[in-house]
Design a protein around this ligand. Structure first.
Ligand code: ZN
Length: 389
């Protein structure tokens, strides 16, 4: 069997995450009592014990394994746990995340420290570990961002760029243009988080966010029937979570892609299971799954991954159809979103369930190999990293 490439995982631990970040994943109630306990020396141990005591509270139980991994001593420990579910010659993309500007308070270790530790993982596992460098336009001048990204890909073994607009910026932020131009030129893969769930910006909404600067014009190719974002934004100002959907909206990427049509970018999670259901329910023009498919059909280097979404067995058939699509099936990638997924399923189960499902389908081509080897190799190969060697 060919080597597996898991294109979407995370290994940051609680020390890398700001205080309010946790509530996005485990809910306000759990995070309210978990945070103070987790931040003391034996906190993680106590937490697991405590969760066991609450056996009759399934909501707490559900988070036990998630918290167990998230509170491991270091990112290296988490990576070792993840790696234990794979063969020694498989490859694992780890997505770093700059959480310094998301308005969630200060983390014990800031983004620089997170990256420092990822370099240690890379040094331990140079072939297995394929890190992505996280870029945030608020973290420096456009020139500084480009030089950081370039340095990490050229010299530190990083293989791609991660962006996460829901943390408080738009994909068309003028601060990102230099990075896009360079990435497009060097075929560097970009990974972006793209669902209406997940963590989001928690600070105050600024005038700039309502009426932002942009380095691109309107997306003239965007179909009229599709939903889009109009600026200045006048709605959703009260509900921050909903407001943050404006950051990630696919229309904003369509504007970027009209200027940089060769950009190699993966929209993570395939619009998630909600978007997939929406696409089938007659609300198709508002579905992010529909929008992602449209961008994949229109631009040759637009990809999607099935991470997290594969948790839901009910949509396995839809993911299969995406993978066999003759126009875009070669741009669908395997990923799990470890360890976010531990709230729902173990890594072993997540991987084997979907692999078995694909093998059971009656097709002439090896779909698992296409999803987990062939497609990822094409996505990850750039001027700095050759997955075919
Ligand atoms: Zn993720």
């Amino acid at each position: 069997m060919n080597k597996i490439y898991n294109c979407h995982t995370h290994v940051f631990n609680i020390e890398n995450a700001p205080e309010k970040f946790l509530s996005g994943f485990v809910g306000k109630f759990v995070s309210w009592f978990a945070w103070p306990i987790l931040n003391i020396g034996i906190g993680a141990y106590m937490m697991i014990k405590l969760l066991k005591l609450f056996k009759n509270r399934p909501i707490l139980q559900k988070y036990a394994s998630f918290l167990k991994v998230g509170t491991m001593k270091s990112q290296l420990n988490i990576f070792k746990d993840l790696k234990s579910f794979y063969n020694p010659d498989d490859h694992i993309v780890i997505l770093s995340l700059n959480m310094d500007y998301m308005g969630a308070g200060k983390a014990k270790h800031n983004y620089k420290q997170q990256i420092h530790e990822i370099k240690r993982i890379k040094a331990h596992y140079p072939d297995t570990c394929l890190p992505f460098y996280s870029i945030d336009p608020r973290a420096g001048s456009p020139g500084e961002l480009l030089s950081e990204a370039r340095q990490h890909l050229k010299k530190k073994g990083f293989v791609g760029i991660k962006i996460y607009p829901a943390l408080g910026y738009y994909p068309f932020d003028p601060g990102l243009e230099e990075v896009y131009k360079w990435a497009s030129d060097k075929k560097v893969p970009i990974m972006t988080h793209c669902t209406k769930v997940g963590s989001y910006y928690l600070g105050d909404i600024t005038a700039e966010m309502i009426n932002p600067n942009s380095f691109v014009g309107q997306a003239l190719n965007w179909p009229n029937k599709f939903d889009k974002v109009s600026f200045p934004i006048t709605e959703n100002l009260k509900k921050k979570k909903e407001f943050c959907d404006n950051f990630s909206h696919l229309y904003n990427y369509a504007r970027v892609l009209e200027k940089y049509p060769d950009l190699k970018i993966c929209f993570a999670h395939a619009g998630d299971d909600v978007g997939i259901k929406e696409a089938k329910s007659g609300n198709s023009n508002n579905s992010w799954f529909t929008h992602i498919k449209y961008l994949m059909q229109t631009y040759q280097n637009v990809y999607t991954d099935i991470s997290y979404t594969l948790v839901n067995k009910k949509i396995h058939k839809d993911l299969y159809e995406l993978l066999i699509d003759k126009d875009i099936g070669h741009k669908v990638l395997f990923g799990t979103d470890y360890f976010m997924t531990l709230r729902d399923k173990s890594e072993a189960k997540l991987k084997s369930e979907f692999m078995t499902f694909l093998i059971q389908q009656d097709t002439k081509i090896d779909l698992w190999d296409k999803l987990a080897n062939k497609n990822p190799k094409q996505y990850l190969t750039s001027n700095f990293y050759n997955a075919n060697l």
